[in-house]
Design a protein around this ligand. Structure first.
Ligand code: CU
Length: 144
């Protein structure tokens, strides 16, 4: 195939590809991230008799990891705002988990919250500054 028809077909194919990419959110695009805020899992490790899990957050407005698994007992959640060169503050609020609350953590700072794991189940937490951008996480409490 050659001539003007072939090039028109190619243009149409390219256009279709672009539309399909936009419709599916492409990979690594902002819309794909917004649909899937999950950025990894971690299970808390014992540190001085307390299960500890460290999460980082930075300019991408996500918790890393975003799903943390703990067992019954005392839990310490650490939030590090890693933002080389500065970035927005982050926090953690979890209305259904008493004690899981970390106030404003500015770029380069670290704060933690220590609390008793609630009953086994899944609990959502959020950075209230970036709720609209989908900065959510999940606390999973597991027995055994
Ligand atoms: Cu945030």
């Amino acid at each position: 195939m050659s001539g003007p028809h072939a090039s028109r077909a190619r243009r149409a194919a390219v256009l279709l590809g672009v539309v399909a990419c936009i419709a599916s959110g492409c990979s690594n695009s902002k819309s794909a991230v917004a649909k899937n805020p999950h950025s990894g899992d971690a299970t808390a490790s014992p540190v001085g008799g307390v299960q500890q899990v460290v999460m980082t957050s930075g300019p991408d407005l996500r918790f890393h990891p975003s799903t943390i698994t703990v067992h019954p007992g005392k839990v310490r959640v650490v939030l590090k705002n890693v933002a080389p060169g500065g970035g927005p503050p982050h926090n953690i609020q979890a209305p259904s988990v008493p004690g899981l609350a970390i106030g404003e953590v500015d770029a380069g700072q670290t704060q933690s919250a220590t609390f008793t794991a609630p009953a086994p189940g899944r609990y959502s937490f959020v950075c209230t500054f970036h709720r609209a951008q989908g900065q959510y996480g999940t606390l999973v409490v597991k027995t055994g």
